[in-house]
Design a protein around this ligand. Structure first.
Ligand SMILES: [Zn+2]
Ligand SMILES: [Zn+2]
Length: 148
């Protein structure tokens, strides 16, 4: 970006893109974008990282960006986008609109799988017992009706 930018709301004047990224306007917009798009990488779904990048899809509206002009990315996807010139617009056409992440399947540890299994078994027994109890109550109720 070789042109001077005057931020719409803060009226800051920036002479380079680096300077612009430090502007109050951008910092504010960045936080807004993170809030609106959600704290997850819109490409890979990563949401368990301390810092997200807000990437410009277009530099046309610098200083007065629209929410659709930016996407939230993890540092890795961001570097891929810049280094490989990845066609992020095509890839994001769906997810930008809904802002829904494509969640990567996290690998579960054997303990987690075991815990889950035990939980399911407990739930099965619990629900089974409840059903039995209900049936019993129903039968008692039926008998009671007959007696009357
Ligand atoms: Zn990512
Ligand atoms: Zn970028």
């Amino acid at each position: 970006m070789g042109r001077t930018v005057i931020c719409d709301d803060t009226k800051e004047v920036c002479f380079s893109y680096e300077e612009y990224l430090k502007s109050k306007h951008w910092q504010r917009f960045r936080l807004k974008a993170l809030k609106q798009h959600g704290k997850h990488c819109m490409l890979c779904g990563e949401d368990n990282i301390p810092f997200f990048h807000v990437h410009h899809l277009t530099y046309d509206n610098i200083g007065h960006e629209l929410m659709e002009d930016v996407v939230v990315l993890c540092p890795l996807c961001h570097s891929i986008v810049h280094i490989e010139g990845f066609d992020i617009k095509a890839a994001l056409k769906r997810s930008v609109r809904t802002a829904k992440p494509i969640r990567p399947k996290k690998k579960k540890t054997p303990e987690e799988i075991q815990k889950r299994k035990e939980y399911r078994e407990r739930e099965r027994v619990r629900i089974g017992n409840k059903k039995k109890k209900l049936k019993k109550q129903k039968n008692i109720a039926k008998k009671a009706v007959k007696v009357i």
